[in-house]
Design a binder for this molecule. Structure first.
Ligand code: MG
Ligand code: MG
Length: 248
């Protein structure tokens, strides 16, 4: 069931989203060669708790960490570990925070030191695919308009679209209806209405789009070991179009 949020709820979702945004900003200076992803996870968890919020993902269906940290060929749901970042890695950090019962959800892919031109291309165009999707958010459009915009942008830039994972509604649960796939047909799917809150999150690959599940039963990796990027914002449909809840 898709719920439309009241003004009061949207206000709380904005506060949750802002905490997620602040957590990304807080982490940025620590993302460099030599740091372990476990340390990034601990820093983020402390920061989220200092904002009177809790990490949305910790304990979610048994996920053991505050953050999903996915390096290079890991697409999503990477486990923070003692692995140290090295120059040339790309690292996708997915952050969820729950404030007074409402969630914010945003992922970003960061470069560690100097990355290859190919990875730079992947990051630039996965972020742009996110913005193409967000541009379709306005009352009267449909979920398929978002999906189609992301898919078209990715395909025209020769990037693979991971199809098994998708965006979603956000509210008192971090994952709610509707699903927001990163591929689809214009004019199809649920109609966007004022008060709908959505996480839009393209996951694109530099190679083929096939994936497999790692032995830990959580982490998704690309079959061909090509690198993958992930950009996500939580947004609300407004009468004028869209407002980003996890941005500046
Ligand atoms: Mg996320
Ligand atoms: Mg999400």
């Amino acid at each position: 069931m898709i719920t439309l949020k009241s003004e009061r709820e949207i206000d709380l979702l904005k506060q949750a989203g802002h905490i997620v945004y602040l957590t990304h900003q807080y982490l940025k200076p620590f993302i460099k060669e030599g740091v372990t992803t476990k340390r990034l996870d601990a820093l983020a968890e402390d920061f989220i708790r200092s904002q009177d919020a809790t990490p949305s993902f910790k304990g979610y269906e048994g996920f053991p960490y505050a953050l999903c940290i996915s390096i290079n060929d890991e697409v999503v749901h990477g486990f923070p570990s003692n692995r140290k970042l090295v120059d040339g890695d790309i690292i996708s950090i997915d952050i969820g925070a729950c404030y007074k019962g409402y969630h914010g959800d945003s992922a970003w892919t960061y470069a560690v030191g100097n990355i290859s031109d190919q990875d730079q291309y992947l990051l630039e165009h996965t972020e742009k695919a996110l913005w193409e999707g967000i541009r379709q958010v306005k009352p009267g459009n449909r979920i398929g308009d978002i999906s189609n915009a992301i898919e078209n942008y990715a395909k025209s830039h020769h990037l693979g679209v991971v199809r098994e994972l998708c965006g979603h509604g956000v509210g008192t649960m971090v994952h709610e209806d509707p699903m927001v796939p990163n591929y689809g047909e214009k004019g199809h799917g649920p109609k966007l209405k004022v008060g709908m809150v959505l996480a839009i999150e393209p996951m694109l690959t530099i190679g083929r789009e096939d994936i497999y599940m790692d032995e830990n039963n959580w982490t998704i990796k690309t079959d061909d070991s090509s690198n993958s990027a992930h950009y996500e914002h939580t947004v609300v449909v407004t009468k004028d179009g869209v407002e980003i809840l996890t941005g500046e």
